[in-house]
Write a protein that binds this ligand. Structure first.
Ligand SMILES: [Zn+2]
Ligand SMILES: [Zn+2]
Length: 258
């Protein structure tokens, strides 16, 4: 069986997790073939790109996280656009809105940053990796008004309710579930997983954060996406084989490769 981790941060892994090559080898052993290594800002663009070029099965998403401390200049935007020409860069992100760490009133700068990345995704015809935290209505609104049905992508680490899920599906986005889905008390996410169309979901680790059960509380890594797969298969009432095939098709559909 093969899995894809559609959201990991190999450049943010801790030294005790070993070299990138070791982490990738453990992922392969666990059946995790493809990894999407996601950048959060200029300070890891080079690292993410290097990984994508070094390992055949690693792909890159390049973008600016809503809470990044980076104060982007016109040069940075040009560099970002340039990087999107790279064949191994298959998505723009992660980007979006995040009102968890600071109230919305202090997050005005997140809007132009997000909007510009939507326009880049449109221009370069690549999907978006969307981060939304305590901002789902605003995030969807921006996607609709700026993207106007011209962009698609992933709502990563999806933890919202069915209403938000439906709205995201309606504008062509996929829902990606993380290790949170394996937590016993995540009733709302379990409901959304049971309800969501099988052909519109994906799985991820968001490693090194959010390790799934039975690794909860430890450092997370792409190999553990197999644990997320087990939970999703159980909730959907499908075999691991069937889920593996379907999720591969979903990723092929979205990224136009694999
Ligand atoms: Zn995120
Ligand atoms: Zn992330």
């Amino acid at each position: 069986m093969q899995w894809m981790d559609t959201h990991c941060h190999l450049c943010l892994l801790k030294p005790e997790q070993g070299e990138t090559a070791q982490v990738v080898a453990r992922a392969h052993t666990a059946g995790v073939q493809h990894l999407l290594d996601v950048a959060t800002g200029r300070d890891n663009w080079d690292c993410v790109l290097k990984n994508a070029h070094q390992f055949a099965d690693i792909y890159a998403a390049i973008g600016i996280h809503p809470t990044s401390e980076m104060q982007e200049t016109e040069d940075d935007w040009q560099q970002l656009a340039q990087l999107l020409n790279d064949d191994k860069v298959i998505a723009v992100g992660e980007c979006g809105l995040d009102f968890f760490h600071a109230p919305e009133a202090e997050c005005g700068h997140q809007y132009p940053r997000f909007e510009r990345q939507i326009l880049l995704a449109q221009q370069y015809n690549k999907p978006l990796i969307i981060h939304t935290r305590q901002s789902s209505a605003q995030t969807l609104h921006v996607l609709q008004s700026v993207g106007a049905g011209q962009v698609t992508g992933i709502m990563h680490c999806f933890v919202e309710d069915k209403t938000v899920a439906q709205q995201a599906l309606d504008i062509g986005f996929y829902l990606s579930f993380s290790g949170i889905a394996t937590f016993k008390n995540a009733a709302q996410i379990h409901q959304v997983i049971q309800w969501a169309p099988l052909d519109r979901i994906l799985i991820e680790t968001d490693s090194p954060y959010l390790a799934p059960v039975p690794h909860r509380g430890k450092l997370n890594e792409p190999a553990y996406v197999a644990n997320v797969a087990e939970t999703v298969a159980q909730l959907k009432g499908v075999s691991l084989e069937a889920l593996s095939k379907q999720l591969t098709r979903n990723a092929q559909q979205l990224f136009k490769r694999f």
